[in-house]
Write a new protein. Structure first.
Length: 299
């Protein structure tokens, strides 16, 4: 009997956050469970939602904030498999400028009204907690790319950058440590906001009805692979390098090691995990999902 084919679309480029799926493919664990997994890197960050709604793929991973921002009624969350610390990385040399409400420039891979509003909200809550006020006009988000540390070091034609937004600590924090950058990482520990730097696995109710046995197997094997990586860091690093063909380095070793501490097993739906995030997005008028629709996400 042939294996059941499932297509999984990632949120961005392949990286250690995706180790449960990498391990499942590389070790043959999915194949042994009767699954043939096609893992795809998207062209754009939100492509997976469009493809999922159209029924062109079976599974998608993305940050939980987009469960709300790109919600459609058939969307079904299968569980969170990775949570890190995330936020705005500010160069220590620019921290006084921030505290004095002077103009600052922040590099980000995505500068749009929604991400800018959230980035400023994080900084604004940090300011309020520390007894000062920020003006939105003094915080400029400049769209560049994902090379946060490189952008911070070289700036652009308009000048230097003071910080970087949409940072994951297991990447940018670790890389900043390696480069010797003196910085403050304004995450949920320093600013009172609900952390959303995580990855959720999702499908649709329609696909679930059609392929529930295969999807259940996929979640089960992915959970086992997450636990395998958590328990065996050296094996996880070997799997990652073998699958990606990337040359091993001390920096990537440290990124993988930090990432492994942030994987979650078992992978299972949790309606309580993102309730505070849901409330914040509604307060900011970014996304407002009804109680019924929110409950349906986790059914």
């Amino acid at each position: 009997m042939p294996n059941t084919a499932l297509t999984l679309t990632l949120e961005w480029f392949l990286n250690p956050d995706h180790l449960p799926f990498i391990a499942g493919i590389h070790t043959g664990a999915y194949a042994e469970a009767g699954l043939d997994i096609n893992m795809i890197e998207p062209t754009e960050h939100y492509d997976g939602f469009t493809e999922l709604e159209a029924g062109n793929i079976d599974l998608h991973v993305n940050e939980p904030i987009h469960l709300f921002e790109h919600y459609f009624e058939d969307l079904k969350a299968l569980g969170c498999f990775f949570v890190t610390d995330g936020g705005v990385l500010i160069k220590q040399s620019s921290l006084d400028k921030l505290h004095q409400n002077q103009p600052i420039r922040i590099t980000t891979p995505a500068a749009n009204p929604i991400t800018n509003k959230i980035g400023f909200e994080i900084l604004s809550r940090y300011a309020k907690k520390n007894g000062f006020v920020l003006d939105a006009a003094n915080v400029s988000f400049v769209e560049t790319d994902f090379q946060h540390l490189e952008n911070l070091q070289k700036g652009d034609e308009a000048g230097e950058f003071d910080g970087a937004w949409l940072c994951f600590y297991n990447f940018e924090g670790i890389e900043a440590n390696h480069t010797g950058l003196d910085y403050t990482f304004i995450d949920q520990h320093l600013s009172p906001y609900p952390n959303f730097s995580a990855l959720e696995l999702m499908t649709t109710h329609s696909i679930w009805e059609e392929k529930s046995e295969a999807l259940t197997q996929f979640v089960s094997v992915s959970t086992a692979m997450a636990q395998l990586c958590i328990d065996n860091p050296e094996q996880a690093r070997t799997i990652y390098y073998a699958y990606t063909g990337e040359t091993p380095s001390a920096l990537m070793d440290d990124i993988i090691n930090d990432t492994l501490k942030r994987l979650i097993a078992p992978i299972q739906p949790d309606s309580e995990r993102w309730t505070a995030l849901r409330e914040m997005l509604a307060t900011l008028d970014i996304a407002n999902i009804s109680d019924a629709h929110y409950a349906k996400l986790w059914q």
